[in-house]
Design a protein around this ligand. Structure first.
Ligand code: AMP
Length: 112
């Protein structure tokens, strides 16, 4: 079954797209948890970070570089947070790897 993010990548459902290249797409999160909240999503589906293998390393590295670029482009100079939720207890709700980039407010630690 196609994930909601595959449907967004295929333009079957709409999303606010901030960036796209051959490896990934970046969309605004539909339920933002900070003034800036986007998701960096690989086009080639990796279900979750727990299932990533050595050969996924280049893709995952690219996701982090684009996450950093989003923070720069959106002036998150005073700080930002990158999050990957994994599995039910990790808070994952969409089974298609995605990197959250959050910023624009003071982050707390430990996270909820
Ligand atoms: P996670 O809980 O880590 O799996 O994150 C999934 C994220 O996807 C959540 O923050 C949701 O708000 C977001 N999300 C779900 N559906 C959409 C959508 N159609 N467009 C944009 N973001 C979405």
């Amino acid at each position: 079954m196609k994930s909601i993010f595959e449907k967004i990548i295929n333009r079957e459902i709409p999303a606010e797209i901030l960036w796209e290249d051959e490896v990934c797409i970046v969309i605004k999160d539909i339920e933002p948890q900070a003034p800036f909240h986007c998701l960096v999503i690989p086009k080639r589906k990796i279900e979750r970070i727990a299932l990533a293998v050595e050969s996924d390393g280049k893709t995952i590295g690219h996701l982090l570089i684009i996450a950093r670029q989003m923070a720069t482009d959106h002036n998150l100079d005073s700080g930002f947070r990158i999050v990957i939720n994994n599995g039910a207890e990790g808070g994952e709700s969409v089974p298609h790897l995605h990197v959250h980039v959050l910023g624009g407010r003071q982050m707390k630690w430990p996270p909820g």
